[in-house]
Design a protein around this ligand. Sequence first.
Ligand code: DAH
Length: 341
Amino acid sequence: MIEQLEQLFEDAKSKLTTLKSTADLEAWFRDTLGRKGQLTALMRQVGSLSKEEKPVFGKRANEVKQTLQSSFDARQTEVKMAQLEAEMASDALDITLPGRRSRKGGLHPITRTLREIYRIWGDMGFQVYQSREVETDEYNFEMLNIPEHHPARDMWDTFHTTSPGMLLRTHTSPGQIHAMREYHPEPIRVILPGTVYRYEQITSRSECQFNQVEGLAIGHNISLADLKGTLSDFARRMFGADRNVRFRANYFPFTEPSAEMDVECILCDGDGCQLCKHTGWLEILGSGMVHPNVMRNGGYDPSEYSGFAFGMGVERICMLNYGICDIRNFWSNDLRFLQQF
Ligand code: DAH
């Protein structure tokens, strides 16, 4: 019987190496190691052996069983791997199928305009200075020569916070004081960009939240001529070399004298149209020579230093450049609007 066992072992082993499919493997298992298989049948006959033969046979039969089991496991893994490789080699995976395009984002028109403004002022030697959006009444108004109850406060309706004296800045001008206090006694050339907030009715021309870029130049012997020359140069770089500008006297509490700068209407080239209300001009910024009180509040002695400042509305410039007629588009988050840029 031991010869039968060895024969069965050899046959089963060599057959196993020829098997190529899971179905064949299953059949082999059933016939060999399964409950009704040949090895099981042989082992059941152990009772017919002599006392001496029994343990010898039993030991060998168990060895054979274990060896066949592990050979079977190994062969099964091989067959599965081969099947997988065959599947991958065949055209089950069609790599010629076009991929899904990922959607490309774009920069918001305000971001584009801001970057253009930074670039131009950067070329002229102005650094970007970031200043806070939550301000104190002191910085937003008082330091800028606008005391409490001054009628000029009506120009800037404010959002107040629940902490007394803390508010959302109504303009980027308070950054002038921060910059001066930080840089004193060095000369200054900075632009101060950022969001500002005003408590007002939202219409196609006014939002309660928008962007400004403030500018500040402090040094020795800076004159009104420098202000005019620098701002005219900015306008040429921003709107084109042949676009005329003009300055109109105005009033701001933090500058003296003060002026607003207009550019020739971009739509009608100065002939007069609806956009420029038939004046031929569009206002784009406020400016002036830094008021002595503001200079002092920043730590600079006005008898030694002088300087100019300006503040421009970014949405306004963006609307003019792209022909956008409603300021509410910027915050409406409408893809039909945004995808045009
Ligand atoms: N802060 C002003 C405003 O929001 C704009 C402005 C005017 C800024 C004149 C200046 C300036 O720096 O000199 O209406």
